[in-house]
Design a protein around this ligand. Structure first.
Ligand code: NAD
Length: 361
């Protein structure tokens, strides 16, 4: 039996992780779930946002499934999702985006994978609040050494890029492309403006691409990429991006795929992996049996592939795709309008997927 850490999360998290567990149970995969907490639920249980017990559990089990966790905007604590990725050094965020028949996607033939660097860039958390002695001192220092001046009283976020982090994410993207028989890897950047940070990312991409002669390598500026993804997403295959662009483009690609309700994700490190949907905690729908469980179920499907359970992963994927294609037991977000009376709830859609799984075993 394989032990896996389970973080139910908050908001809609517990409902969608329950759905994924029901599917894995139906597949008969021998998993023991070790339930641990993070974010507000962890504060309620043990007074800490990210308990040591949670990190220890994931480090020990090496694999985790996670529901979304709320992060307050602008003030309050820093993202627990980002903290988990940093603490566990889950440096690669992998988010596939493909056309699902019967879903909301307007892009038949869409089939791409986003590989987002997860540890550095503007997400590193090196920030200074305006009008604090540290921030004012930093501005004074910068204005002393830089031709470009920072306006006094500014707030500052730092964008660090190391050769180490660039090399490992770019190599990860090419290795994944090789393993998954992908034809092309595109480096996404803004090196025309950020010549040293994004410039380093692009330079290292070109160096590493030379080691993978059988895979086409090209680069695109991130704003141009957004336009091209909307016009011609079929032209892209594997995209490797710095952290912040990766975050934004992931949601764009979730939209191309048919919405956040169906977009899965994985955070991968050298030894540990954590699987979670792209979407957040959607608080307005929490506890309402309303949201689409597919993003989390497909994240669990990525987890099964990672565990080497390829056959079970395939059965799970086919069950999900069949239910979406039939359009009968699907949640509101997969209907033509948000108020479609034929929409079913999270539990009913999960039940339909579980029935398909059982029928194919
Ligand atoms: P969100 O993804 O939670 O929700 C935005 C909207 O997308 C929802 O209102 C809903 O209309 C739709 N949606 C999301 N998931 C859906 C699903 N499964 N089925 C159907 N529709 C779905 O984004 P947000 O409102 O920006 O964020 C809410 C909270 O979640 C914030 O605190 C944010 O920080 C957090 N968040 C967490 C994660 C994570 O845990 N990895 C990721 C993103 C956001």
């Amino acid at each position: 039996m394989k032990k896996i850490s389970l973080i139910p999360g908050d908001g809609i998290g517990p409902e969608v992780t329950d759905a994924a567990i029901a599917c894995i149970d139906a597949l008969g995969v021998d998993i023991e779930w070790e339930v641990v907490y993070a974010g507000e639920p962890a504060v309620e249980k043990c007074g800490k946002l990210l308990p040591q017990e949670t990190l220890d559990s994931i480090r020990k089990n090496k694999v985790a499934l996670k529901g979304p966790i709320t992060t307050p905007i602008g003030s309050g604590f820093r993202s627990i999702n980002v903290a988990l990725r940093q603490e566990l050094d889950l440096y690669a965020c992998v988010r596939p985006s493909w056309y699902i028949e019967g879903g909301n996607s307007k892009y038949p033939g869409l089939d791409l994978i986003i590989v987002r660097e997860n540890s550095e860039d503007l997400y590193a958390g090196v920030e200074f609040q305006e009008h604090t002695p540290k921030c004012d001192g930093l501005i004074e220092y910068i204005n002393g050494i830089s031709e470009k001046k920072v306006r006094p009283g500014s707030a500052i976020s730092i964008k660090p890029f190391s050769r180490f982090a660039c090399e490992r994410i770019i190599r990860f993207a090419f290795e994944m492309a090789k393993k998954e028989n992908r034809r092309k890897v595109s480096c996404i950047h803004k090196a025309n403006i950020m010549k040293y940070t994004d410039g380093l990312f692009l330079k290292i991409f070109r160096e590493i691409a030379a080691d993978y002669a059988s895979i086409e390598a090209n680069d695109t500026i991130v704003d141009n990429l957004c336009m091209q993804l909307v016009m011609r997403p079929h032209e892209f295959d594997v995209l490797v991006l710095p952290n912040l662009y990766g975050d934004i483009v992931s949601d764009l690609c979730a939209g191309l795929m048919g919405g956040l309700g169906v977009a899965p994700g994985a955070n991968i490190g050298e030894e540990t992996a954590l699987f979670e949907p792209v979407h957040g905690a959607a608080p307005k729908y929490a506890g309402k049996n309303k949201v689409n469980p597919v993003a989390t179920i497909l994240s669990a499907q990525l987890m099964l592939k990672y565990l080497g359970e390829d056959k079970k992963a395939k059965i799970l994927e086919e069950a999900v795709l069949a239910v979406i294609k039939e359009k009968k037991y699907t949640t509101y977000d997969l209907k033509p309008t948000r108020t479609d009376p034929t929409a079913v709830g999270t539990k009913e859609m999960t039940k339909a997927i579980v029935s398909k799984i059982k029928a194919s075993l």
